[in-house]
Design a protein around this ligand. Structure first.
Ligand code: HAS
Length: 545
């Protein structure tokens, strides 16, 4: 892609890697505090560190990497005009200002509200203003991407849009609809409440609006990884896209089913009618289907490519995979991790089993496997070719090999850390708590060994982060000059034409809105009507005298 587009994407990627370093360091501190091996100096609290860790890795790193990567995909597939690029820069600047405002408040200990930031925890108003700016900046990015595809379509009538551009737009539609919920919470509830205009806040409304956003958020993280799996990995392994239609359908299903499911994070909460919890659990099981389709599609693509290269036998095709190419190896380890990670998700979503694991370390284990392994290793896999492509350098054999080592370190560290998180969670260890022996109870003593294992895994992961930051610096500033390809796979030659209805935006957005209204309207009215006295639904001055 052009120099100007490269600069734009790199701006986002710089923020992502700085975040990786700071957030990773906080993660290390946390595991050390939880295992009782460290007490934090200078009055810094556990929750301050936990908030920096969650916000900077879960929200900042991901959002910046994704939006930057998506700009690169759009520039490559449908192009970007000068004016759109200016708006893209505006999105970056607005998001950056918002991030700095929120980060300063968190670092000063004035916003130790965790990455979920719902009430009753309260932050300094500047934190919420910062969040609002990040959301607004990301909306500018949404509209730039929508416009890019729209302009392309106008000059390519009756053609299907490039697969990656279609995927980016789905992800941004999903993000836009989802962030409406969190924006409402920030503007209508948190800002007036934190400014002191309102004395009270309706906690359940704030949690419900957060999770309306919080679940699709995890698919906003996952879908860029799926973009690479569907359309980039086949090229890297010398294959073709298994099915363009299947890939598009799975993305459409994510759009439909990732939003009306937030209650599966609130299954233990009073105040929500169990019938609606049940309905949202059923919808959660629907959102598993596109991931199962993806797993099928990946296996099919690997097998077809292997057989074409002449490998026979039930698992012979397995050998052809380029295990020594880090552009493949890192995402592949991510895929493998998604098998237990996704299984854990299905356990979480099962209403009764959720009672066993909710608010325990199991959940922390789950999301370190999903977002911090499957998604992050895929993002690392993308970085190995994208960064040198953008900086006009080469991925050398040496850096490739360091990348292989990095991936193994990550897999080992995460197996130890996330494995012990899952087990200690089953033994009842609560999440989000600093080290405690709980008054010397026998049950708490069962957890300590696992907490030490988490610190060991966390330390290994931190070494992995240092290595990754080193690789990033190499790829950005020091690797030899050259050209690295932007690998985008083609479709199978004999592929069936993709049905046009898959690009019927009005239809899909219409069904999405219908499903959201179905899943949320009645329970939301219920929550408001039955709000306890003193917790007005909207924290406006009028509602709270
Ligand atoms: Fe989750 C909690 C349910 C997926 C992230 N999740 C969380 C939280 C986070 C998170 C951050 O129902 C914590 C929020 C908090 O702070 O409280 N999750 C699910 C379900 C799925 C799921 C049903 N989660 C994710 C993904 C995430 C993520 C993806 C981030 C990216 N999750 C829950 C629930 C909770 C929850 C409850 C609340 C728990 C509570 O009570 O608090 C599904 O989407 C999973 C479907 C996935 C699969 C796997 C398919 C496998 C594939 C790989 C194939 C491998 C190949 C390689 C091809 C069915 C695609 C083969 C190669 C060879 C060489 C063999």
């Amino acid at each position: 892609i052009s120099k100007s587009d490269s600069k734009l994407t790199m701006a986002f990627i710089y923020v992502a890697f700085i975040s990786l370093f700071i957030g990773g360091l906080m993660g290390l501190l946390q595991t050390l505090v939880r295992s009782g091996s460290l007490s934090l100096p200078w009055g810094i609290t556990y929750y301050q560190v936990l908030t920096v860790h969650g916000v900077i890795l879960g929200l900042v790193l991901t959002t910046f990497f994704i939006i930057g990567f998506q700009y690169a995909l759009m520039a490559k597939t449908v192009g970007i005009s000068k004016k759109q690029r200016l708006y893209a820069w505006l999105s970056f600047i607005v998001m950056l200002i918002g991030t700095v405002m929120a980060a300063v408040m968190v670092l000063l200990g004035k916003a130790s509200v965790l990455y979920t930031f719902y009430a009753p925890l309260q932050a300094h108003p500047i934190f919420y203003f910062g969040l609002a700016l990040v959301i607004i900046g990301s909306w500018i990015a949404c509209f730039v991407n929508f416009r890019q595809l729209y302009v392309w379509k106008k000059t390519h009538k009756d053609e299907k849009s490039p697969l990656l551009a279609f995927m980016v737009v789905i992800n941004m539609v999903l993000w836009f609809i989802a962030t409406l919920g969190v924006a409402a919470a920030v503007i209508v509830q948190f800002i007036p409440w934190s400014l002191g205009y309102a004395e009270t806040i309706n906690v359940l409304v704030s949690r419900t609006l957060f999770w309306y956003f919080g679940h699709p958020l995890v698919y906003f993280w996952l879908l860029p990884a799926y973009m690479a799996w569907y359309a980039i990995i086949p090229k890297i392994i010398g294959g073709k896209i298994f099915s363009d239609s299947l890939a598009r359908l799975s993305f459409v299903l994510f759009l439909l089913f990732s939003i009306p499911v937030g209650f599966h994070h609130q299954l233990t909460e009073p105040g929500i009618d169990p019938t609606w919890k049940f309905i949202q659990v059923v919808l959660t099981f629907m959102v598993i289907i596109p991931s199962l389709m993806t797993a099928f599609s990946m296996f099919a693509m690997f097998e077809i490519t292997g057989r074409r290269k002449g490998f026979r036998g039930l698992f012979g095709w397995f050998k052809h995979l380029p295990w020594k190419d880090v552009r493949f190896f890192a995402p592949m380890v991510g895929m493998l991790a998604f098998i237990p990670a996704g299984t854990g998700g299905i356990i979480n979503a099962s209403h009764q089993l959720n009672n066993v694991i909710h608010n325990t370390m199991w959940v922390t284990g789950h999301f370190h496997l999903t977002v911090a392994t499957t998604v992050l290793l895929t993002f690392f896999g993308i970085s190995y070719w994208l960064i040198p492509h953008l900086t006009g350098r080469k991925l050398t054999k040496k850096i490739n090999n360091l990348g292989l080592i990095q991936t193994v370190i990550w897999a080992v560290g995460m197996t130890i850390m996330s494995g012990s998180m899952h087990i200690s969670g089953l033994l009842g260890a609560p999440r989000r708590s600093a080290f405690s022996e709980y008054g010397g109870t026998a049950q708490a003593s069962d957890w300590i060994g696992y907490q030490i294992a988490q610190a060991v895994g966390g330390t290994i992961l931190f070494i992995g982060i240092l290595l990754m930051v080193y690789i990033f610096l190499q790829l950005t500033f020091f690797a030899p000059k050259g050209q690295e390809e932007f690998p985008i796979a083609e479709e199978e030659v004999n592929a069936q034409p993709t049905p046009l209805f898959l690009e019927n935006w009005k239809l899909w957005i219409g069904i999405t809105i219908g499903l959201i209204l179905f899943a949320y309207t009645i329970p939301f009215i219920d929550i408001i009507l039955h709000a306890p006295t003193g917790s007005e639904p909207f924290a406006w001055p009028i509602g709270n005298s």
